[in-house]
Structure formats: structure tokens, C-alpha cells
Unconditional design. Structure first.
Length: 255
């Protein structure tokens, strides 16, 4: 999979009511951080980049993709206990794809809240936790605030530093097209002609557009046709889903 030389932007919202737009590397300044965004916007990729920055700062990285350990509450608690063992204030605990964990185990919030208020609080480890915006569970925010002693936020501000990953910019889209060896001007015209600008704002669907344009030199005028031709490839190729066994075949069998 081609790496796109794009610097993603986040909207960082702090409990004191301040907001600013920052790059992924800038987020390393936060001791605790919730990373949000809609599905397919690139949270996992950017979390990995953030952890690389944390590593360069001398921090020990411990990562967990939560959905892989959600057969039961006990299973999740056991894995979290192993993850935190021996951790210190210079350890980074990275919990990715909370939304997928909740989909597998709706009660996953309870053992995670227990983990945050107990072992995580005791170690004072740095925390990064990623989740789709629409399914973020508010009780976790309260648990994190209490564990890190963050105090009461200002009106309409998050209790915990929260970064929302922003959609790709027009320039990002052109950079991605060039990285894939495409004529960026022709690709831009095709997107506008087919009304797929919204799809181009997210890396997952942009990659679908890039592949379709690269193979045929055009884009389908029907979104149904576009998704029909690309959905199986997306399921099979997304590294983070393949890592936890969510292939096309496993999804079909689960239906």
C-alpha cells in the first residue's frame, strides 16, 4: 500500500475551553488524549504516527487493539492487566478502536472504566485512546478525568484533552493522487464530475477512488457501482482489520 506524504490535521480541544489546530506530532505534548473521528478517516494510521513520536521522546510504547480481546469482560480485563504490568509514568498505553470493541462486547466500557480508575491511575502512564466520535462513551471521559486529576472543564469543553481528526484537504487529495502516479488534475476533474468530493475527504474511500481511477482512467457515475467494485478489496486490504481477523470471509460467516 502506497504511503501518502500527507501531514494530517487535528482539532485539539482542551478542558480550559481553548481550541487549536495541530499536526499529529504535536499531540505528543498531551499526557492523556482521546482521539476521535468518523470511520475511515485514518485514526489508526495517525495513532501509529503519534506513537512513533512518543517513542522518539523516550517513552515505552504498549499498544492494544481492543477488539481482538473482547470475547468477555474477564478476557479484556486480563489483557489490560498484562498490558499495564510494570508500567511507569514514562509508559504510553495506547488503546485503539474502542468502537470496534464495543461492537463485539457492548459491556466493554465497564472493565475499561475499572482499568482506568485502578491500575492505570496507579502507574500514572500516558494514555492514548481512539474511538469513533459517534460511539464514544461519556462514562469513560469521567473516569479518565478523575484518574488524571483534570478537574472540572469549562462549559461545553471536554473533560479530557480531545483531538478530532480533520478531513483531508483539497491539497491532500492531490498529493495522494500524485503519490499513486495519477494525473492529479484529471483525477480532480473526475471527482467533481462524478460528485464524489465527499468520498475523497476520507483516506479509506479516497483510496477506493484512486484505485478505480488508476485502473480505468475514470470514475463510475453511480456510487452503487463504485462501492460494488471496491468493497471486497477494501475489506481484504485494510491492515488494521486483517490484523484482528476481519476478512471478507469472516464477516460473511458472521452474518
Amino acid at each position: 500500500m502506497t504511503h501518502w506524504p500527507i501531514q494530517r490535521e487535528w482539532k485539539l480541544r482542551l478542558p480550559d475551553g481553548s481550541e487549536k489546530h495541530v499536526g499529529t506530532q504535536d499531540l505528543a505534548a498531551q499526557e492523556v488524549l482521546i482521539l476521535k473521528g468518523p470511520a475511515g478517516i485514518g485514526k489508526t494510521t495517525e495513532l501509529r504516527s503519534l506513537l512513533e513520536t512518543d517513542k522518539e521522546l523516550g517513552r515505552e510504547i504498549r499498544s492494544l487493539r481492543m477488539a481482538a480481546h473482547c470475547s468477555s469482560n474477564d478476557s479484556l480485563l486480563s489483557r489490560l492487566a498484562t498490558l499495564i504490568q510494570g508500567a511507569t509514568s514514562t509508559t504510553v498505553i495506547s488503546l485503539d478502536a474502542l468502537d470496534e470493541a464495543i461492537a463485539f462486547l457492548p459491556a466493554a466500557v465497564l472493565p475499561l472504566e475499572e482499568f482506568i480508575r485502578g491500575p492505570l491511575k496507579e502507574t500514572g502512564a500516558v494514555l492514548r485512546i481512539a474511538c469513533r466520535s459517534a460511539v464514544w462513551p461519556p462514562p469513560l471521559e469521567t473516569a479518565i478525568r478523575d484518574a488524571y486529576g483534570l478537574g472540572t472543564p469549562k462549559d461545553n469543553s471536554p473533560s479530557v484533552p480531545t483531538a478530532d481528526l480533520q478531513p483531508l484537504s483539497d491539497n491532500d487529495i492531490l498529493v495522494a493522487a500524485v503519490a499513486e502516479g495519477l494525473d492529479s488534475n484529471a483525477f480532480e476533474k473526475a471527482i467533481k464530475k462524478t460528485g464524489t468530493q465527499t468520498l475523497a475527504l476520507h483516506p479509506v474511500t479516497l483510496r477506493l477512488l484512486v484505485k478505480e481511477f488508476g485502473s480505468s482512467g475514470s470514475l463510475p457515475t453511480s456510487r452503487a457501482t463504485l462501492f460494488d467494485s471496491g468493497v471486497n478489496r477494501l475489506i481484504e486490504e485494510r491492515d488494521e482489520r486483517r490484523d484482528i481477523g476481519l476478512t471478507h470471509e469472516s464477516l460473511r460467516m458472521a452474518q
